[in-house]
Design a protein around this ligand. Structure first.
Ligand code: 1CP
Length: 340
């Protein structure tokens, strides 16, 4: 698998590409499947339909890897927090974590209740062409904790930060509990057939440097270390969004560092390129215009070169109204321009 070889810094015939949020509303096929399922969460729970939408972008875009179709929030859901996805508004938990007692009341071993995810992985792996990789994933403990505390997406993360600074032990207790679940969760995904795993720390940029390393990166590193000990052959990808200023302090045992669009690729290459394979980092909005897109593709390839050490991706997820033709074009361009 070209994608897996690239994660291990092996030479490949071209630079592999996949796109964060490559399954989603910009594809009419996805909207059809979601309609059949009834709701977003029912789509996550339905093994046949989740398999279908996982495979759609591989067929339509010709990307080198599929990413499991699910959501980072199914873990807190199974830990006992009721979740809804409201149309046009995003995720909402009707109960949240406010204090130590709430953390104590969370269900243990939630990862054993996520069979629908593991069944989807097995089914996808059974139908995916042999040369295409399947990526499993989870949210980082910090990013999941923000949803569990705020109850929804947030602009300020005020409740989460209040707990972090006013009750750091409670925050650590919560993060530790989530971390234990995620170790089990990703292990089960690997056993079900995931060829690589990725941890999304989407809300990394909410934290100042010292707090970031204590309350987020430390836990991501712990999960990565656990996985590299138990499954040394499975590549681990870490994606902390919005921490360009902290790159000098990034360390740990993992394979691929996901570079977001706000981090200059040159900077990431200079600081981390020797130690980790870099994945990224086209600004997704460039897909609104073909010329803007191609200019940035050339720029990224000129920085990263055509040698091992780079996986092409967006610097964050696809947006619901991006034109699919440009997503298809992007994959063609990267494959053509990086041919060895
Ligand atoms: O191809 C894929 O990548 C699909 C699988 C996938 C992944 C990896 C989905 C489907 N969600 C995720 C991860 C995810 N979910 C993250 C981390 C990645 C990122 O930063 O984009 C986050 C933060 C979430 C939480 C979430 N789920 C949001 C964001 C809300 C906010 O606070 O801004 C939203 C809108 C969802 C719903 C969701 N998840 C996935 C899709 C396709 C959608 C849209 C739902 C729909 O319209 O059908």
């Amino acid at each position: 698998m070209i994608f897996i070889d690239a994660c291990k810094r092996k030479e490949t015939p071209y630079t592999p590409i996949w796109m964060m949020r490559q399954a989603g509303r910009y594809l009419s096929e996805y909207k059809e499947s979601r309609k059949k399922a009834g709701s977003f969460l029912e789509l996550c729970h339905n093994v046949d339909l989740a398999t279908e939408v996982t495979l759609q972008p591989v067929d339509i875009l010709n990307v080198d890897a599929a990413i499991l179709f699910s959501d980072i929030l199914v873990v807190p859901l199974e830990m006992g927090l009721p979740l809804e996805f409201l149309a046009g508004e995003g995720p909402k938990f009707s109960r949240t974590i406010e204090n130590y007692q709430d953390v104590c009341a969370l269900k243990q071993d939630a990862y054993l209740k996520l069979d629908y995810v593991y069944d989807t992985i097995s089914k996808v792996r059974g139908s995916l062409p042999k040369d295409k990789a399947l990526i499993g994933f989870c949210g980082s403990p910090w990013t999941l904790a923000t949803y569990m505390i705020e109850g929804e997406g947030s602009k300020t993360y005020a409740k989460s930060k209040k707990m972090l600074y006013a009750n750091p032990q409670t925050m650590h207790y919560l993060l530790k509990q989530i971390t234990d679940e995620l170790k089990g969760y990703l292990s089960m995904q690997i056993k079900a057939g995931a060829n690589a795993v990725m941890i999304f720390d989407s809300w990394a940029s909410a934290l100042e440097k010292e707090a970031y390393f204590e309350f987020s990166w430390g836990y991501m590193k712990d999960i990565a270390h656990y996985l590299k000990t138990h499954f040394p052959e499975i590549p681990v990808i870490l994606f902390p969004k919005g921490i360009a200023g902290y790159l000098e302090s990034i360390d740990g045992k993992f394979d691929v560092f996901g570079v977001d669009w706000g981090t200059p690729m040159e900077l990431a290459k200079r600081i981390l390129g020797q130690k980790y394979v870099l994945q990224g980092n086209l600004e997704p909005s460039r897909l609104y215009n073909e010329d803007s897109m191609e200019m940035a593709v050339d720029e990224i390839i000129s920085i990263m070169g055509k040698k091992a050490g780079h996986i092409f991706n967006l610097g964050h997820g696809m947006l619901p109204d991006l034109p699919r033709e440009n997503a298809i074009k992007l994959v063609e361009l990267v494959h053509k321009k990086t041919k060895r």
